[in-house]
Write a protein that binds this ligand. Structure first.
Ligand code: ATR
Length: 277
C-alpha cells in the first residue's frame, strides 16, 4: 500500500495550531491526497526531528515559533525572501533530496492586506511595531509595494534602528522608539510585537492613526487582541487580526509543495465564522 504524501507543522507549543485544518481544507478543495499533522518539537530536538521526518518519507514541513530561525539554518538552499527574513517557515523536499527553505509569512500578510482587504500600501505611511523575527519577516515584501514611508518602532530602540538600516536603500525606512512617534500619523499600523499575545500593548500616543487608517495585528485569537481593540478605540476604518495572513501564508506553502494554488477566501470565511459567538 502506498502511503499518503506526508506534511507537518513543527512548533512548541503546537497543540492549538490551525495549520492542519487549513491544509486539509486546501487538500479537499483541490482534490489532493495528503496527510498533515502537528508535532511538538522543542528547539533542542529540532534537527533530529527534521532528519527523522524526511528520512521517514516526509515531503514538506512548516516551522513556527520558536523554530523559524533554526529552520533557516537547516535549509540547504533558501529563496531570496527567506534569505532576507533570516527565518524559514516552509521546508520543501527537492527531487535531489535537498531541502529548500522559504518564508511565506510576508507574502501572506501582503496578500491578505491587498487582495482580501483592499488596503493600499503603495504611497502610504506605514508603521511596524516591534523589531523581532516577526517584523523582519514582513519588511521586504512590504517595501516591494513602495510605501511612502515605513517606520519600525521598538521598545529596544537600537534593534529598530539596526533592522531598518539592514533594509534601507532610499531613506524610506527608519527605526525609532515609541517616544519618537509623538505627533506622527500613519495610514496603516502593523503590530508585530509579541505583546499582544499576553494582552499587552506598546505605549502608543493618541492621534497616531490617521483618519480612515487601518490597524493590523499579526497575532490572532478567538477574541479580539489588545491591539485590535486599540484600533477599534482609535476609530480605525478596519482593525484586523492575523487570521487572514495565517491562511494566506499556508496557501503559499501549499503551492510550493503541491504546485496548486488553493482558494483562500472560503477557508478564511469558515474559520472566521467559527470564532464568532
Ligand atoms: P517574534 O519572533 O514574535 O518577533 P521576538 O523576536 O522575541 O519574537 O520579538 C518580540 C518583539 O516584541 C520585540 O520587538 C519586543 O521588543 P524588544 O525588542 O524591546 O524586546 C516586542 N515586545 C515584546 N513584549 C513587548 C511589550 N510588552 N511592549 C512592547 N514591545 C514588546
Amino acid at each position: 500500500m502506498t502511503r499518503l504524501d506526508r506534511y507537518a507543522v513543527f512548533g512548541h507549543p503546537i497543540k492549538h495550531s490551525k495549520s492542519p485544518r487549513i491544509h486539509r481544507l486546501f487538500a479537499e478543495q483541490t482534490g489532493q491526497t495528503l496527510e498533515y499533522t502537528t508535532q511538538d518539537v522543542p528547539a533542542e530536538q529540532f534537527q533530529s526531528a527534521v532528519n527523522s521526518f524526511f528520512a521517514g518519507g516526509g515531503k514538506g514541513l512548516n516551522c513556527t515559533v520558536p523554530l523559524k530561525e533554526l529552520a533557516w539554518n537547516c535549509a540547504d538552499r533558501k529563496t531570496e525572501r527567506a534569505q532576507l527574513s533570516k527565518a524559514v517557515n516552509t521546508l520543501a523536499l527537492q527531487a535531489d533530496g535537498s531541502l529548500l527553505g522559504d518564508n511565506t509569512d510576508g507574502i501572506g500578510l501582503v496578500t491578505d492586506l491587498i487582495a482580501n482587504h483592499a488596503i493600499v500600501l503603495s504611497g502610504s505611511r506605514l508603521l511596524i511595531l516591534g523589531a523581532g523575527g516577526a517584523s523582519r519577516g514582513i519588511i521586504a515584501p512590504i517595501l516591494e509595494q513602495s510605501p511612502h514611508t515605513l517606520v519600525i518602532a521598538n521598545r529596544t530602540v537600537d534593534k529598530a534602528v539596526k533592522l531598518a538600516a539592514e533594509f534601507d536603500n532610499d531613506n524610506s525606512i527608519a527605526g525609532c522608539g515609541f517616544e519618537a512617534l509623538k505627533n506622527r500619523q500613519f495610514d496603516l499600523i502593523l503590530n508585530a510585537t509579541s505583546a499582544s499575545l499576553s494582552g499587552q500593548l506598546p505605549p502608543l500616543p493618541t492621534g497616531l492613526l490617521a483618519k480612515n487608517g487601518v490597524c493590523y495585528d499579526l497575532a490572532y485569537g478567538n477574541e479580539p487582541t489588545a491591539f485590535v481593540r486599540w484600533g477599534q478605540e482609535n476609530h480605525a476604518l478596519k482593525s484586523l487580526d492575523g487570521l487572514g495572513m495565517l491562511v494566506e501564508q499556508a496557501a503559499e506553502a501549499f503551492f510550493i509543495w503541491r504546485g496548486v494554488r488553493p482558494k483562500t477566501r472560503p477557508v478564511i470565511e469558515l474559520l472566521n465564522s467559527e470564532r464568532k459567538p
